[in-house]
Design a protein around this ligand. Sequence first.
Ligand code: GDP
Ligand code: MG
Length: 163
Amino acid sequence: MSFTLAIVGRPNVGKSTLFNRLVGKKLALVDDQPGVTRDLREGAARLGDLRFTVIDTAGLEDATDDSLQGRMRRLTERAVEMADVCLFLVDARAGVLPTDQIFAEILRRKNAHVILAANKAEGRAGEAGMLEAYSLGLGEPVPLSAEHGEGMEELYQRLRPLA
Ligand code: GDP
Ligand code: MG
């Protein structure tokens, strides 16, 4: 049995970068699967010996401030419903922003199984944000660098029990 992982979080935290790393270039993205809108990209992921489905919540990047909250709420709720586990990304360099708190609240209300990750954690610039992430009350954050491929071993250890 495999599982479905939804990558959620506000725009620009690195969700798509991580999605692309997990799915790889060989595997095409599938936009036209039933029940999957263009705003939810689904792909076949591999991490070590794990094989799972990954969902990227896209489509928020072009939203205005007015439309962002409702759209991201609906989109995130759909992704949560499709997924067995949510990887909630925050930006370790930016720290925890009010928008991150809104996402945390959505995940809590949906009773989602959440793995918290602080992305962009390469180097020292992410240290403060990494510590701030604990304040979300969603457990110990996994330090990640989606761009540089760091933290994948720890992510693997967190996901392994789900396989
Ligand atoms: P999304 O909006 O959450 O899907 O974020 P993207 O994947 O589009 O990334 C937003 C920006 O953050 C891009 O400029 C990425 O190159 C950058 N980015 C993503 N992951 C990392 C990382 O691990 N470290 C750093 N420094 N930048 C990253
Ligand atoms: Mg994206």
